[in-house]
Design a protein around this ligand. Structure first.
Ligand SMILES: [Zn+2]
Length: 285
């Protein structure tokens, strides 16, 4: 188990852990020293061999007293993603092995929540069975942001055909608007910008709180530099505004923060610092 927030167990389901792209490419307005800035703030944040940002792709499994909820289903196997060769047509058992290590099988998951509709957050929604894409989690309701689903570019994508449409066809999809809650312990926080319908997740139980960022941030270094744009933000300035608000909430509540793409261990706390914030890994607190 990664941590426990009141009565809610949080498990890490790691799908991919490795270098992604260079910081200079990923953070286009961060200036020429972006790699050094990340290295200063984040141990092992940049791969020494490739000079690329280390970007884990992980989901978080929440076991509440009433539900088993998967937050983000990562890249998955067999998906057509030629623009990202490391994600393209994968065949890997790590993600489902991590689910088994938490004591669950695919039939035990009640909800799958996709923070947004990008290919590293919807992949395990489905898997190939006899040449057809079928929902990986046969008993789950799949929650996805309505505002992402209505984007024409999304509807015309391989992502949609492989990882969303089969869930709709199986009658397991629900497209949510703002302010959605999942049982008593889990609430969605709108953090638009990376995509129009992007959400982060708040866990609250027995007086304890945590936030799962989703892609409101992509590295802990963005706590010090929330103004950094990310290459794949749909509306980068709106993302900056959402990022600042989320970091303010995290700092004010002193809650645990789980950074979906942060360098491992990806868990820590945020504190306001001058006009920005700082991050401390939980193991260093
Ligand atoms: Zn992502």
């Amino acid at each position: 188990m990664l941590c426990k927030i009141g009565e809610v167990e949080v498990w890490r389901l790691l799908d991919i852990h490795g270098p992604f792209m260079t910081p200079e490419y990923l953070f286009p307005n961060a200036g020429p020293d972006v790699s050094q800035i990340i290295e200063r703030h984040v141990a092992k944040g940049v791969c020494k061999v490739s000079d690329r940002l280390i970007l884990p792709i992980q989901g978080f499994l929440l076991i509440t007293p009433h539900h088993r909820i998967l937050i983000d289903s990562c890249v998955g196997n067999g998906k057509n993603i030629p623009a990202f060769p490391d994600w393209h047509m994968r065949s890997d058992g790590r993600f489902l092995a991590a689910l088994a290590a938490a004591g669950l099988g695919v039939a035990d998951v009640d909800y799958v929540l996709c923070t947004h509709l990008h290919s590293d957050h919807v992949g395990w929604n489905t898997q190939l069975h006899d040449g057809r894409w079928v929902p990986t989690f046969p008993n789950a309701r799949y929650l996805m942001p309505a505002e992402d689903e209505s984007v024409p570019k999304v509807r015309n994508s391989d992502l949609y055909a492989e990882s969303v449409l089969p869930v709709i066809a199986a009658g397991q999809a629900e497209f949510f608007q703002d302010g959605h809650a999942l049982g008593e312990c889990v609430r969605l926080i709108p953090t638009p910008g990376h995509t129009p319908g992007h959400v982060s997740v708040r866990i609250a139980s027995m007086g304890k709180e945590a936030i799962i960022t989703g892609d409101a941030l992509h590295t802990a270094a963005q706590c010090w530099h929330p103004e950094w744009h990310f290459r794949f933000d749909v509306d980068a300035e709106q993302a900056v505004s959402s990022r600042r608000k989320l970091l303010e909430t995290a700092s004010e509540t002193d809650c645990i923060v789980l950074g979906s793409h942060f360098a491992l261990p990806s868990i820590g706390r945020v504190k306001a610092l001058n006009a920005a914030f700082c991050w401390t890994d939980l193991s260093d607190i």
